[in-house]
Design a protein around this ligand. Structure first.
Ligand code: NCD
Length: 318
């Protein structure tokens, strides 16, 4: 795909990308998503396994994952790459080897790309400095989760055509959420207005500086919004007890049939997963026709295919 837009070799954060770079990636991801949908219906899509044939992609997850890891691996395989899944607990990390030494060794083994998830914000940047391979951030602490922001934008753009002048409410644990940060950067660069809301202790001071407004309660967050994204309370990142219990939380910030009446009728409901049913969102909302949750997962494979192609300079011709 001939393009005037340069794309970085590492995908570390959406804060650093321009609107043009984001759109370049989303356009390519939209093609891949469309081809995957056609293939499911039985028609033969263009052969994509040549794009990364002979390349080695290693996924290194120092935190749990269901969607992100499997969709990176499916994406890489569908492009013909060899995929290796690094197991932290079965590796020499368990013997005390540092992150930098670990990745230098994987680099020497011949990785072309390292897909890194780590509890420490900034870890993928550290890895990028230590290796020759491209590095893709698959979530670093409470900092960013760039491919999640991109897949959310892809699902919304497909529904709406454009994000320009749309309002997206993000509700939940904003303070500890890398998904919130990547989405604030991504959606606002694409022209949407972003509102955040959640329990007072979970809204970081100064979050407005990232380019969003803060809603005081669920009604204020949902009124007039075109989509709402619910986030999980990131218990694993919270050391103190200033937290509302699950019952309290679901009463004040949870999305159920009743609270959804505050939303415009055609507004969409999203969640990055994993969902705690009955806490952030009730089962009927999760499974309702206005829920984009499974479409977000589908977008995830296509976005990760596009990210791998762009970072590894694969030339997509048609
Ligand atoms: C999120 C994550 O790990 O940041 N999940 C995901 O990647 N889809 C959100 C979460 O864990 O709540």
């Amino acid at each position: 795909m001939a393009s005037e837009v340069d794309f970085p070799r590492h995908l570390l954060e959406l804060e650093a990308l321009t609107r043009e770079q984001i759109e370049l990636l989303l356009d390519l991801a939209a093609r891949f998503k469309h081809e995957r949908a056609k293939a499911r219906k039985g028609s033969a899509p263009p052969e994509r396994r040549e794009l990364l044939r002979g390349r080695t992609i290693i996924t290194l997850f120092f935190e749990h994952s269901t969607r992100t890891r499997s969709s990176f691996e499916v994406a890489a395989r569908s492009l013909g790459a060899d995929v290796l899944s690094f197991q932290k607990d079965a590796s020499s990390v368990a013997k005390g080897e540092s992150l930098e030494d670990t990745v230098r060794n994987l680099d020497a083994i011949g990785a072309d790309a390292l897909v890194v998830r780590h509890p420490a914000a900034g870890a993928p940047r550290l890895v990028a400095r230590a290796v020759r391979a491209s590095v893709i951030n698959a979530g670093d602490g409470a900092h960013e989760h760039p491919t999640q922001g991109l897949l959310d934008a892809l699902s919304l753009r497909e529904r709406w055509g454009t994000l320009e002048n749309k309002t997206v409410a993000i509700v939940g644990d904003i303070a500890h959420s890398r998904v919130a940060r990547s989405n604030i950067h991504c959606l606002s660069k694409l022209g949407a207005r972003v509102r955040v809301g959640g329990p007072r202790t979970l809204i970081p001071e100064g979050i407005e500086k990232l380019g969003c407004t803060v809603a005081r309660d669920l009604r204020e967050a949902l009124t007039g919004a075109d989509a709402v994204m619910a986030l999980r309370i990131q218990n694993e990142r919270i050391a103190d007890a200033r937290l509302p219990g699950a019952r309290d939380y679901s009463r004040t910030w949870g999305l159920d049939a009743r609270s959804l009446e505050m939303l415009p009728r055609d507004a969409l409901v999203m969640h990055p997963g994993p969902v705690n049913r009955g806490v952030e969102m009730s089962s009927d909302v999760l499974e309702s026709p206005r829920s984009l949750v499974m479409d977000q997962v589908d977008s995830g494979v296509a976005v990760r295919m596009a990210a791998l192609c762009l970072c590894l300079r694969a030339e997509v011709k048609r």
